[in-house]
Design a protein around this ligand. Sequence first.
Ligand SMILES: Cc1cc2nc3c(=O)[nH]c(=O)nc-3n(C[C@H](O)[C@H](O)[C@H](O)COP(=O)(O)OP(=O)(O)OC[C@H]3O[C@@H](n4cnc5c(N)ncnc54)[C@H](O)[C@@H]3O)c2cc1C
Length: 375
Amino acid sequence: MERIVIIGAGECGVRAAFALREQGFAGTITLLGDEPSLPYERPPLSKGMDGALKPIRPEAAYAEAGIHHHRGNRVERIDPAAHSVFLPSSESLSYDTLLIATGSRARLFPTMEGCLTLRTDADAAAIFQSVKPGATLGIIGGGFIGLELAAVARGCGADVTVFEAGQRLLARAVPAEVARIVATRHQAESVTIRTGVGVAAATGTTVLLSGGKTQTFDRVVAGVGSVPNTELAKAAGLDTGSGIHVDDNFRTSDPHILAADDCCNFDWRGAGLVGKLEGGAGPGRLCRLCDAGQSQQLQSRAVVLVRPVRPNPAGCMALRSRTGCDREADRRRSVHRLPMRRTGAAAGCGGHWTGQQHRQRHSDIPETHRAGRTA
Ligand SMILES: Cc1cc2nc3c(=O)[nH]c(=O)nc-3n(C[C@H](O)[C@H](O)[C@H](O)COP(=O)(O)OP(=O)(O)OC[C@H]3O[C@@H](n4cnc5c(N)ncnc54)[C@H](O)[C@@H]3O)c2cc1C
């Protein structure tokens, strides 16, 4: 029987596992994820969570689909010659096809140790437990995650300051005109926005500006981009750069190993540009995860990975149960929202997309959303 092992139980890994079954794959599917939670959607973490995580699939669905899902299991090593992956217990699992879907992690510069970042459910819980009326929050990075967080925190009554080294917000994600609208909206809600201000160092509660001045907050969060998790692939001898190199069919330099979404990059339209190859990135967009070399089942059909559309207006008025925020008070403050986001890591101020890809992605944003939305 064909054996597929998937490393990483995030959006990509989980959806790939279910897509395989939905496409009729009858072999064994083993999904290994290092996070302890039931796999959840990350985007809601910066938009308000209503106190609950949004599971990608209900818990029972894994068993129903015959997907062997192991939580809290970090894969330590891949042995491509033996077609095996190794867990910390030294237990090994054999595969015919391996999908690496290890995602990315929040970037944190060495001078910023101690700052919080926002990538996981645990990160969100740590941040939002201190977001209360009157609390002060310093956010480093005026990209999507920083601004979404600013909007939610402000909606909860926190006093928020955003530091952006660039001359404007969202410089890697949207045109200047849109960024201006976003900045104005945030400022109208009393978010302090400081553009053109470099941060030399920061801790969990202080920000040292490059000019030498220090500002103190109850919490400091850095939203300065993400770093693809390529270490496993690199150690296994696969071609990697800023991400795991894959072709248009998600194939790595080993024909039995595929990689997709945040952890990988690819030659974009022959232009030599690199970025992540997503398992589906927007309305109606389907990406194919093609044949896996040796797998007859996979060779005979393209496996479709579908990642749902996320209209993601930022600054939702949620996290009430975690933060004690009051829905009515939030409404009265008319919490502000950002333009719809479509590309995830691409949108952060330090994401690993190229500028040209950003422009391409941005052109997908419907006209109605380009000018920003208000609550
Ligand atoms: C706060 C936030 C808001 C976002 N908002 C949006 C948005 O509005 N729109 C949008 O399109 N995108 C958004 N994104 C980005 C989107 O969430 C990612 O693009 C998406 O999660 C990528 O899916 P993935 O499966 O590649 O990676 P991930 O979701 O990161 O999943 C990878 C998983 O692999 C695990 N893993 C890593 N190494 C190992 C190992 N060795 N062994 C086992 N498991 C391992 C990781 O812990 C993780 O659970 C947001 C991201 C964040 C953090």
